[in-house]
Design a protein. Structure first.
Length: 250
């Protein structure tokens, strides 16, 4: 884990209201794996850091994807190239990508860990099938073009008319990210799927217990330490909040 004073390298829009922000963080870029995240702070930002999955890591730069859902995300999107972000990471346990075939299933902002998941799966010699969904075509991440095999929209404006979970094939190593209600649906269909969950977070390093994930076996895990990737059937979906902003746009 590194704490990097990272200059912002740029910003681009990849779907309606959805942006990629790049940061120069070579130590993190060199070792981050799919499903891991960074906890970010910036001058005059919120008291608590804000967690974001690493979207891409190329050369010495990492990227995150976000929408403005509150104070912190709006401020982050207002930063300019050269502005500094305190970047703590990589944090958490990522996806275990092994076997002949990876099925990546993302909804809305759940696109976040998938470019790295595709990278790591290809590196492991896996065939990759990526299913990406959103409410409507304008909210699909355009950068998935070329990598996504199946598109899905709730309103039928592009690809499969329905959810990404319903559109996905059934066999393979299934990796899912999106709003918690989507992950709960995935757990019904694929109990053994790996899901990246969203919780509230504080420290991001296992100390504050602010990221409790309710387990079906009883008790809680820390999403920042034991997660954020879990076996779908291991989570008590009746307790985990269903509407956190990571899922906005899904
Ligand atoms: C491991 C992990 C990875 C994430 N990756 C991404 C990502 O790649 N892209 C992305 O857009 N979002 C991601 N999120 C969610 C993102 O961290 C929150 O949307 C963000 O912290 C909200 O900050 P805010 O200041 O804009 O919101 P606030 O103004 O604080 O609040 C707006 C809304 O966000 C909720 N919220 C506040 N803090 C958090 C938090 N830490 N986690 C969840 N909800 C919160 C509040 O309850 C409220 O509903 C991730 C969350 C986790 C736990
Ligand atoms: S965010 Fe503090 S223990 Fe997980």
């Amino acid at each position: 884990m590194f704490l990097v004073d990272a200059p912002v390298t740029g910003r681009r829009e990849v779907a309606r209201g959805m942006f990629i922000v790049g940061m120069h963080a070579p130590e993190i870029a060199a070792i981050v794996r799919a499903g891991q995240f960074v906890n970010l702070a910036w001058p005059r930002g919120p008291l608590l850091r804000r967690p974001f999955s690493v979207y891409r890591a190329e050369g010495e730069t990492i990227e995150v994807v976000l929408k403005a859902v509150g104070v912190g995300t709006a401020q982050l999107l207002g930063l300019r190239p050269g502005d500094r972000v305190s970047c703590l990471g990589p944090l958490g346990h990522g996806f275990d990508l092994s076997g002949p075939h990876a099925i990546l299933v993302s909804g809305g902002l759940g696109v976040a860990p998938m470019p790295l998941a595709a990278r790591d799966a290809h590196a492991a010699g896996m065939k990759v099938t990526w299913v990406h969904g959103a409410r409507t075509a304008a909210e699909l991440c355009t950068e998935a073009e070329g990598e996504v095999v199946v598109w899905a929209t709730d309103d039928g404006s592009r690809g499969f008319h329905g959810t990404a979970v319903a559109a996905a094939p059934t066999s393979g190593a299934i990796v899912v990210c999106g709003p918690n209600r989507m992950l709960a649906a995935a757990a019904e269909r694929w109990p053994d799927a790996q899901v990246a969950v969203e919780t509230y977070m504080g420290c991001g390093t296992g100390v504050c217990l602010g990221c409790a994930v309710p387990l079906r076996a009883g008790g809680y895990d820390r999403a920042c330490k034991e997660g954020p990737v879990y076996r779908a059937a291991d989570i008590d979906w009746t307790v985990l909040p269903a509407h956190l902003p990571y899922g906005v746009g899904a």
